[in-house]
Design a protein around this ligand. Structure first.
Ligand code: SAM
Length: 151
């Protein structure tokens, strides 16, 4: 069988370019996901584990979007009580995933958070309250009520 080189060569050439572009897009997406990570967990300066800046973070930057699960206070007991957030009503509690549950408290925090409803469910969005140096421990405030309700 005779191969028509006028068709075969451009088809192989186009397939090669297409595969190259697809690989480039895949690698670029992977790199940008990695680039966004700016938190690591390590030994805290105040208690147990804590969250630390992996790189310089600027005032107002979003540090992490944490997927969250809203449950009721009946679902939460024991030590888990010290890890969950208040939810959308008095008896609701928010279980925050990612690194979000491991930040320690400071009354002069460098991080704050707000809740956002995404198409897939609630998220807790952590953002910087000031410029943060690489290696600094990250703290949000648990609020006065949190400490007054515990020993
Ligand atoms: C959400 S956890 C934080 C992560 C925790 N350090 C760990 O190792 O799993 C909350 C607990 O951390 C501790 N903690 C957080 N901030 C603290 C602080 N500023 N001083 C002392 N203990 C703190 C308290 O024991 C609290 O119950």
């Amino acid at each position: 069988m005779e191969v028509n080189l006028f068709i075969f060569i451009p088809v192989v050439f186009a397939a090669g370019i297409g595969a190259g572009i697809a690989t480039g897009i895949f690698l670029a997406n992977k790199a940008s996901v990695r680039k966004k990570e700016c938190v690591t967990i390590g030994a805290s300066t105040v208690s147990g584990r804590g969250a630390f800046a992996l790189k310089k973070i600027s005032d107002g930057d979003i540090i992490e979007r944490c997927p969250a699960l809203e449950v009721t206070d009946k679902d939460i007991g024991g030590e888990l009580l010290n890890y969950v957030f208040y939810g959308s009503n008095e008896s609701a509690r928010l279980v925050v995933m990612g690194n979000g549950m491991l930040f320690n408290h400071s009354s002069t925090p460098n991080v704050a958070y707000y809740r956002e409803e995404s198409a897939l469910g609630p998220e807790l969005v952590l953002y910087a309250l000031r410029n943060i140096r690489k290696g600094e421990e990250l703290f949000y405030s648990y609020g006065d009520e949190w400490w007054s309700t515990r020993q």
